[in-house]
Design a protein around this ligand. Structure first.
Ligand code: ATP
Ligand code: MG
Length: 652
């Protein structure tokens, strides 16, 4: 390993295990071989506009066909701009004249065990009615509605009803504080809040309406609040402002033909999870996003008409938007939605749900997988998981050892894993194995999807030599890309389009291995610079997680007079004692796994790591702790506010 002049990221991790899909799996896939993938990729790369234009004509319903596929004046893209379509039509109406009319669109299970099924026909009925409710409250195309709900079908109904009439939804995760809701209401100038009286989480009733009341005291633009009755806990209702969902629904009919909406109609705003700073309202628009999530859902999940598909994310995150609601429904899939926690009433709840519904495709996050490993195999062993055909991961890099556990223990060694790399900003999955075609490697998101053209650049914006890490960028616009940051064009330009002229800066580092596989190396801001060597957080963390006693690890750089930065790691254990001997053993383990350079200078044992509400490790906060500094950063998206104090006191 040596320092390269362009400041690339050094790689220290070696991972050579390769898992090709079975002949049976490939045989039933639409993209069933590397040759098919490569041909499709080459076709798209040769002429991305033709590729996307043809797909858009095939996959979406057009009231008025578009004549121009892309207008691109960097950094502003318009896709299919002179055509008109309707996302809600594509997700619902389009299926009503097919054999899918009576198919389950949403299978739902509440945390207490209550269940509901909505067919495409039934979902259409509810969505039309709620769209009429929105209209009766005076909402019009371009107005913003905040949705702050538990994971109940009405959350999806509210999203689709907004989409139907061009109201822009802004879903705020149902665990956020009043302050966070008010900030988002004000930033988006929301006119309406849609909420519920409560929702269940780990056996506790979350009183959402009470939190909304507090937020509304500081949200002058909001005129009304519609409240869905989930818990029967009789919240305070402010006359003139607050309205019951069921009472409003009783006053409207289900006649709401989908209006023609221009392709670039704003579909939603979603504030990113805030792993790295102040939340920003990412804006997506109708047609391009719709096409992108439909196609990527079909490609990556290899969806077959009888499959039961379960994405365990919350609709408060982009994953829920794209791969619980818009992607699966526009593809006519059956999407399972679960309200509660994975460890309620017991730590086998996910496996129980998979057995009960005979789930075929499971899409979850590394934070959950690491928790399952910690909770123990006996929870898994109690259940029949033989219905599973395909597994997915999203949100963070997955440590190779966690990948192996997922593959063997949950997938029974027979299910491909799609490690999907993407962002709120990208709208949908950008890099992932196509499971019937691309052999997987634990920890690699493998290859870009057709139409996606990544580049890896050094600090001078020059392509790095193959094998070296650098900034991951996208050199060509794609239909699912964000169209801006709500109300802040300058921040949009600065954040994504100024560092590398003409290219989209993802903010992550990546490298490509000798087989052309991509490996995400963590965030650009998280790189640890030890004596001029630039190390990736995920590689140090994965080396630690491969030790049998380590459950989770987070690596950060700590200022060091001699080396510039020293490697500080925060480690949670599965078992064993936090001793000096274990510290020495972990250092030796890292030295053996990835070499002397990456050996942590400091190992801190802790019971918890700071995470976003979506379960991502917030390394920026750990940097302050490692440096012994007070945190003056934005912590509004932190899952547990007490965690920073706890970690500091773990040290004493
Ligand atoms: P913010 O941008 O506000 O700091 P965030 O980046 O965590 O928040 P998201 O858009 O939800 O918000 O997450 C996208 C990021 O998550 C990616 O840029 C990447 O760092 C990480 N990520 C997602 N999926 C993967 C994956 N499969 N492998 C590695 N990293 C991933
Ligand atoms: Mg981000």
């Amino acid at each position: 390993m040596r320092l390269m002049s362009g400041g690339q990221i050094d790689t220290v991790m070696q991972e050579d295990r390769l898992f090709p899909p079975s002949a049976e799996f490939s045989g039933a896939s639409v993209i069933g071989s590397m040759a098919v993938y490569e041909a499709l990729y080459a076709e798209a790369k040769a002429n991305p506009e033709k590729f996307w234009g043809d797909l858009a004509r095939e996959e979406l319903h057009w009231f008025k066909p578009f004549t121009k596929t892309l207008s691109w004046k960097s950094p502003n893209a318009e896709w299919f701009a002179d055509g008109t379509t309707n996302v809600s039509y594509n997700c619902l109406d389009a299926h009503l004249s097919t054999h899918r009319r009576n198919k389950a669109a949403i299978l739902w299970e509440g945390e207490p065990g209550d269940t509901r099924t909505l067919t495409y026909q039934q979902l259409h009925h509810e969505v039309c009615k709620f769209a009429n409710v929105l209209k009766s409250l005076g909402l019009e195309k371009g107005d913003v509605a905040t949705i702050y709900m538990p994971m109940v079908p009405e959350l999806a109904i509210a999203m689709l009803a907004c989409a139907r009439i061009g109201v822009v939804h802004s879903v705020v995760f149902g665990g956020f504080s009043a302050e966070a809701i008010a900030d988002r209401n004000n930033d988006a100038r929301a006119k309406l809040v849609i909420t519920a009286d409560g929702g269940w989480r780990r056996g506790k009733l979350l009183t959402l309406k009470a939190t909304v009341d507090e937020a509304l005291a500081k949200s002058p633009t909001v005129k009304h609040c519609v409240v869905y009755e989930r818990a029967g806990n009789k919240p305070a209702m402010t006359a003139g402002r607050d309205l019951w969902w069921h009472e409003q629904m009783a006053q409207v009919n289900a006649n709401c033909p989908a209006p023609e909406l221009e392709s670039e109609t704003s579909l939603f705003i979603l504030y990113t999870s805030g792993s790295t700073g102040k939340p920003k309202g990412i804006r997506h628009t109708a047609a391009g996003y719709n096409l992108y999530v439909k196609k990527t859902f079909q490609w990556v999940f290899d969806y077959r008409d009888n499959d039961i598909y379960w994405c365990t994310a919350d609709c408060g995150w982009i994953t829920g938007h794209s791969y619980i609601v818009y992607g699966p429904l526009s593809a006519g899939a059956t999407s399972l939605m679960y309200e509660g926690a994975p460890n309620w009433p017991a730590e086998d709840r996910f496996w129980e749900i998979i057995e009960k519904y005979r789930v075929n495709i499971l899409y979850t996050a590394p934070t959950a997988i690491r928790a399952f490993i910690k909770w123990g195999d006996h929870h898994v062993d109690k259940h029949d998981l033989s219905s599973l055909r395909l597994l997915g991961s999203v949100g963070e890099g997955i440590n190779p050892e966690a990948w192996m556990w997922y593959y063997n223990k949950i997938g029974g060694g027979r299910c491909p894993i799609v490690d999907t790399w993407w962002q709120t900003e990208t709208g949908g999955i950008m890099m992932s194995p196509l499971p019937g075609a691309i052999a997987t490697k634990p920890g690699s998101c493998t290859k870009p999807l057709p139409g996606i053209i990544p580049t890896i650049l050094d600090e001078n914006c020059q392509p790095v030599p193959q094998g070296q890490g650098g900034m991951l960028c996208m050199s060509h616009p794609w239909p699912g890309m964000l169209r801006g940051i709500w109300g802040d064009d300058e921040r949009y330009r600065l954040q994504y389009w100024s560092r590398v002229p003409g290219q989209y800066l993802t903010g992550d580092n990546a490298r490509q291995d000798k087989d052309g596989y991509y490996w995400i190396m963590g965030r650009i801001d998280d790189v640890i610079n030890v004596s001029g060597h630039r190390l990736s957080t995920i590689e140090v963390e994965s080396a630690l997680v491969s030790h049998p006693l380590v459950a989770e690890a987070a690596a950060v750089g700590r200022p060091d007079d001699l080396k510039g930065q020293a490697v500080a790691v925060f480690v949670t254990l599965k078992g064993g004692e936090a001793t000096e001997a274990l510290r020495a053993e972990l250092k030796a383990h890292v030295r053996k796994e990835i070499g002397a350079l990456a050996v942590p200078d400091e190992i801190r044992f802790t019971n918890t790591l700071p995470k976003t509400r979506s379960g991502k490790i917030m390394r920026r906060l750990l940097r302050d702790i490692a440096a012994g500094k007070e945190t003056l950063q934005d912590t509004s998206t932190l899952e547990d506010y007490t965690v920073l104090a706890k970690i500091r006191s773990d040290e004493e």
